[in-house]
Design a protein around this ligand. Structure first.
Ligand SMILES: Cc1cc2nc3c(=O)[nH]c(=O)nc-3n(C[C@H](O)[C@H](O)[C@H](O)COP(=O)(O)OP(=O)(O)OC[C@H]3O[C@@H](n4cnc5c(N)ncnc54)[C@H](O)[C@@H]3O)c2cc1C
Length: 1157
């Protein structure tokens, strides 16, 4: 960093990265970086060996020389991508790279098939296969869905199959090759053996001295009576997610002369990844089908047998779902054949069918990802350059990787690295922590715990206005994920390995049972206090409202779970001890001021001895607020104790375990409403799971209720308890409490609509506020009548999204399609925002360039960009010649430094950009006032005044060109409302529970946007993060409360294939807002809430599926009122559509004699 005088790219004055030019086609690797690449492989330690045999003989000798006690330490590798999956099990010191043995990298074709060397990468195999017969093309198309392009380019076919055989990896390749009847060649010493893939998978694990040399896929006759398909149900269809279940089916068919039906002469049915050791052939089902005419009855028998065959092992998760999807796959494959009205030829492989999947040149057609988008905004030029869609400040540096984040700062000499040892038990006595003998003792420099807090210091890891949280557990751990100690070692890897291997000695004797649920907390009265000024106020008389209702629902329940922040940059800090008991800490934090105070308290020094610097943060979403404090404090404490610099980059697993995330909740409500859908009264009992420490949890009730008030509920009554449980404390996450409040409002509306059997959007519309009811529900923030834009938004969006026409189209689609249903939903938001005080300083240097400091942190939300624009606008009011555009180029925003600019506060709640802008505007106003007399004088003397000349003269005439300010809106105008709505259309696959967001249209009120390009990015980004919450991200825990979704393998955030296929965003420019900063309104968090429209649209589609299910009979329990959990992942959706919907359909068809039996 500049302050230390070094920087990862400090050798150059400016970026040497070539500027991206999209007219030049593909960008090449920069020449200057090539010379910096080391020619030798970097293994990270001299103790590791990397061997590269060039022939089998050389390999044999290497394998022979491995003595038996070193077997686990030697690993054959091709791409070594398995290290990503089995990262915690790896402990090798010798790697034998198979890529240079020619026989392993060959692809051979002969008249009976194609043989692919085991070291051939998945990409190369895809290229070879798509040039072959149609079965090969289909295999290639399936392989395109494996991992990412990087994994395909690096990982090998053989590596994948060995992982499946030896490590029970849920492979796609094993399943699809099993379905295609493949064989493998194994080389043990000099002997070769060919066995079927099925036998290979069933054998004992391939021993460490045998090598898989190739796989052979037979060439299936290319006549028109062959059917081959592969299937895959995964959380993200094309985006790096392992399958819940996959399958490949091959059938040879003939036609039954008398009936015209299809006879299966031969079939191969392979299922995999469903929670058994390896992929299997469903032999019994194959036997049942072979030689039989495929009637509905036979198909029914077959699917029942599949259900009994594809049974995951206990503990797999979603077991019933996986079996049910396996049934769906076979049904999809065979049902067209069982329907006598469809001839075989239409179902078997013709080259045309397969060709349709390919583009010119044989490339598999890309699945439709984001197909179109529209971004609409109105340009305002009154405050130029404020209001212009200027490119985000530092975007090029970020895109080229040159932007310096805390972890990019090169380590100072003697720098040590830390890693947290956390508890895996919820409530236990900690008898001791032992370093595992497997981690080399010379790695470890210290194991810091609460006993190391210096005299005068305090065991404090974070602070808020509600209290503090200890840095380390004392003799008792309070939750799984609690920080027990900080292990310090020479490198980050050594610290991570040693902390993972550390052995914690727990003692549970005579301890009460932990409180792990909100129900437990209620039973044991374990609550946090909510200060009265934060407890929300009720509206009207609930009993009276209920008495006016035509219908009443009592004690309905909604449960909502947590969400992890998933910032790209994990928590990180570097602490450097300085002279005179001082400490400089670089922290990736949303609130360096509080990090600063916490460190000072912990190590027992005055605050002026500590300096915290934050340049930028690689994503925060609230997780870098309170939760960044213990990370930096632990480094500072270790640095203080060891008198050496200490840093940490918290690994993803530890971060996910300790992060806490969004607050889970349980809500029980009673609601009364008229037959028209007009709501008359609502009462809620809300239990918030806050975890073990207060954090910011006391604000959750007011946030929740503020957003729930988006509708006119008639009378509103509630009881909210913030429960203290033995789980990691929850913290603020983008829209904290607000996302839950908004969703619960929608869940209630959906329930009312289902009860009345009407469209939920009509119930929404009828309950939108008038300005009068808005004033009742939001007395402190409702604003003037013209500021209430929600009705306008609702109407405008209905038009731009073609809502009415699409409703009809959706209903038509649902009539025509049995296994796919669509839903459409429009959801509004009314979001209250609070503007907090913020400091700023503006200084004009001798050459006219300007340096700006603000309390707000750049988190990727574009704060710096807006501040730059504001500085240029506000200083431009001096009106020198040709100024505004030039001035923008002259402004640099510098990092937050807690000793340079105090009272930075929290970068949170969406409004920090505007309050930082306001602080800067105030500074500029002062500077302009100071400069004006001089400027007028020069103007009179010279006719025209250039900025540079004015500043030079000002310096000479001793004008003070630096000033600071602290913007603090008064309490009467620091709250305001903003509005928006989104219409989403979702398609649900009733066989897999998979959802596709076909289209989302958003209309959001930004006031007068300070920068529409930045705001559009914020709106789209927040919305997509909301899609993750509502549809994908399962933040699961075990029975001790320990997080089990602790990595990207299990926690699935949205990717390009999960976002809406059509994504239209419009910023409503709602005119003048006199109390807002240049009439602007915030947009960092509220649009996240709009993503519940996707959930509601999914629910509408599921409702259509259930209506259909009911029409088939047998399913009274699938009524119109149901609860679709959040997130609506595939198993959840499928469960609500009927796990046995296929069987029900078949029974119905057979009973109504619509098909031949
Ligand atoms: C992010 C990610 C996503 C993925 N997603 C999917 C997916 O969706 N579907 C899927 O099927 N797979 C998936 N994979 C698995 C991927 O296909 C495999 O990791 C890859 O194919 C392994 O090849 P490799 O060359 O890297 O094997 P390596 O890691 O080099 O080796 C894997 C194992 O096989 C052994 N081995 C390798 N070659 C031989 C040989 N010839 N003889 C004997 N032993 C050998 C090694 O000793 C090691 O134990 C994913 C992997 C990653 C990292």
């Amino acid at each position: 960093m500049e302050d230390l005088g070094f920087n990862s790219f400090c050798k150059t004055k400016e970026s040497r990265m070539p500027v991206y030019d999209n007219n030049q086609g593909i960008s090449r690797f920069p020449e200057f970086l090539k010379s910096e690449c080391k020619s030798n492989l970097l293994l990270g330690s001299e103790k590791l060996r990397w061997l590269t045999p060039k022939a089998f003989l050389e390999l044999d000798n290497m394998l022979l020389s491995i003595n038996s006690n070193r077997v686990g330490l030697v690993k054959l590798v091709v791409g070594n991508t398995s290290a990503g999956y089995y990262k915690e099990l790896e402990n090798c010191d010798t790697y034998i790279d198979l890529r240079y043995i020619p026989e392993l990298s060959c692809i051979r074709r002969d008249p009976v098939g194609i043989e692919i060397g085991a070291a051939v990468t998945i990409s190369k195999a895809i290229c070879a296969l798509r040039e072959g017969a149609i079965v090969y093309k289909k295999i290639a198309a399936h392989m395109e869905k494996i991992g990412t392009k990087f994994v395909q380019n690096t990982g090998s076919i053989g590596g994948n199959l060995v992982m499946a055989q030896r490590e029970h990896f849920p492979s796609d390749i094993a399943t699809i090759l099993l379905g295609a009847g493949a064989f493998v060649n194994i080389r043990s010493g000099t002997a070769y053996e060919t066995v079927s893939l099925e036998e290979f998978l069933e054998r004992p694990h391939l021993d460490s001295k045998s090598v898989l040399s190739s796989v052979k896929i037979p060439l299936w006759e290319l006549d028109r009576k062959l059917l081959f398909e592969t299937y895959r149900a995964a959380p993200r269809a094309h985006g790096n997610a392992l399958a819940y279940v996959n399958a490949a089916f091959l059938a040879e068919l003939s036609s039954c002369g008398s009936s015209g039906g299809a006879v299966l002469n031969k079939c191969l049915l392979a299922f995999g990844a469903y929670g058994k050791k390896h992929a299997i052939r469903a032999r019994e089902v194959e036997k049942l089908l072979t030689g039989r005419v495929l009637t509905a009855r036979v198909l029914y028998e077959a699917i029942n047998l599949v259900k009994a065959t594809v049974v995951p092992e206990e503990g797999t998760g979603s077991e019933a779902y996986r079996s049910s999807v396996a049934v769906g796959f076979l049904f999809e494959f065979l049902s067209p054949l069982a329907d006598a009205t469809i001839g075989i030829s239409r179902c078997t492989l013709s080259s045309k069918d397969a060709e349709e999947n390919y583009e010119e040149g044989g490339h598999v057609k890309c699945p439709r990802m984001l197909s179109s988008s529209r971004q609409v905004f109105q340009l305002h030029i009154d405050y130029r350059p404020v209001g212009e869609p200027i490119v985000t400040s530092g975007a090029a540096l970020q895109a080229s990787g040159e932007a310096v984040y805390a972890d990019d700062i090169p380590s100072p000499e003697n720098c040590l690295h830390g890693s947290f040892v956390y508890s895996t038990k919820p409530l236990a006595r900690v008898r001791g922590i032992q370093v595992n003998p497997k981690s080399q003792s010379n790695w470890i420099s210290g194991l810091i715990n609460y006993k190391d807090i210096p005299k005068g210091g305090k065991n404090v890891g974070s602070m808020t206005i509600f209290g503090s949280e200890p840095l380390f557990a004392d003799d008792f751990t309070q939750c799984a994920g609690d920080r027990l100690a900080f292990l310090v070692a020479g490198t980050q890897k050594e610290a991570d390995v040693a902390s993972r291997l550390a052995i914690v000695n727990y003692d549970l004797e005579n301890l009460e049972a932990p409180i792990l649920t909100v129900e437990d907390a209620v039973a044991r009265s374990s609550f946090f206090q909510v200060p009265p000024f934060l407890y929300p106020k009720e509206v009207g008389d609930f009993s009276k409202g209920m008495a006016e209702a035509d219908h009443q629902i009592f004690s309905a329940e909604v449960k909502i779970d947590s969400q992890y922040y998933f910032y790209m940059e994990s928590q990180t800090a570097l602490a450097v001890p300085d002279e005179d008991n001082c400490m400089v800490v670089y922290s990736s934090s949303q609130c360096p001021e509080y990090v600063h105070a916490t460190i000072a308290q912990c190590i027992g020094v005055p605050e002026h001895n500590v300096r915290v610097i934050t340049r930028r943060v690689g994503g925060g979403f609230g997780g870098k607020a309170i939760k960044s404090m213990p990370v930096a404090t632990a480094c500072a404490l270790a640095a203080h104790v060891l008198r050496q610099p200490v840093r940490i980059y918290v690994n993803r697993k530890t971060d996910m375990i300790m992060a806490g995330g969004r607050h889970p909740m349980k809500i029980t409500y009673s609601v009364g409403f008229k037959s028209t859908g007009k709501i008359t009264a609502l009462k809620l009992d809300i239990l918030v799971d806050a975890g073990i420490y207060t954090d910011i949890s006391p604000v959750i009730p007011s946030n929740f209720m503020a957003v729930l008030r988006k509708y006119d509920w008639g009378a509103l009554s509630f009881d909210i308890k913030v429960c203290k449980t033995n789980t990691v404390s929850r913290s603020a996450m983008r829209g904290p409490g607000e996302v839950q409040g908004s969703y619960v409002a929608e869940a209630i509306i959906e329930n009312i609509a289902s009860t009345l059997s009407v469209n939920a959007d009509c119930v929404r519309k009828i309950n939108l506020h008038t300005h009068d009811s808005l004033m009742l529900f939001h007395p402190d923030s409702s604003g003037e009548v013209p500021e209430y834009t929600l009705s306008l938004i609702w109407e405008k969006l209905a038009q731009s999204s073609e809502y009415s026409q699409r409703r009809e189209m959706v209903s038509e689609f649902n009539k025509c399609n049995v296994w796919k249903k669509r839903g459409l939903s429009c959801v509004p938001i009314v979001h209250e925002l609070i503007v907090r005080p913020a400091p700023g300083r503006v200084s004009i240097l001798r050459d006219g360039s300007i340096v700006v400091e603000v309390g707000g942190i750049e988190l990727g939300q574009g704060l710096w960009t807006k501040v730059k624009q504001m500085t240029a606008f506000a200083l431009g009011l001096i009106k020198c010649d040709a100024l505004e555009v030039d001035l923008l180029e002259k402004v640099r925003i510098i990092q937050a430094d807690t000793l340079s600019l105090i009272q930075g506060g929290f970068t949170a709640g969406s409004t920090t950009s505007e309050s930082s802008c306001e602080a800067v505007r105030l500074c500029c106003e002062i500077l302009v006032e100071r400069l004006r007399p001089l400027k007028e004088k020069l103007k009179t003397e010279m006719g025209s005044v250039q900025w540079e000349m004015l500043i030079q003269q000002a310096h000479m005439q001793v004008v003070n060109l630096s000033t600071s300010s602290y913007s603090g809106p008064d309490f009467s105008s620091n709250r305001y409302l903003t509005y928006g709505a989104a219409v989403s259309e979702v398609e649900v696959n009733l066989l897999t529970g998979g959802t596709t967001i076909l289209r989302s249209d958003i209309l959001y009120d930004c006031g007068r946007s300070l920068n529409p390009a930045v705001d559009l990015g914020q709106i789209e980004g927040a919305y997509v993060q909301g899609i993750g919450y509502f549809m994908l991200e399962e933040y699961t825990r075990n029975s001790d409360g320990l997080v089990t979704s602790d990595g990207t393998w299990t926690y699935k955030i949205p990717t390009v294939d999960t976002i809406p296929k059509q994504f239209n965003v419009e910023i409503l420019s709602s005119g003048n807002h006199k109390n807002r900063v240049l009439s602007s309104k915030a947009c960092g968090e509220p649009p996240l809430l709009l993503a519940s429209s996707v959930h509601c649209a999914t629910r509408a589609a599921v409702r259509a599926a259930r209506e259909q299910l009911q029409s088939w009979g047998y399913h009274d329990e699938y009524g119109p009122t149901f609860n679709l959990e959040v997130p609506a992942v595939m198993p959840t959706v499928k469960e609500q559509c009927g796990l046995d919907n296929v069987e029900t359909y078949m029974k119905w068809k057979m009973s109504t004699h619509r098909v031949e039996q």
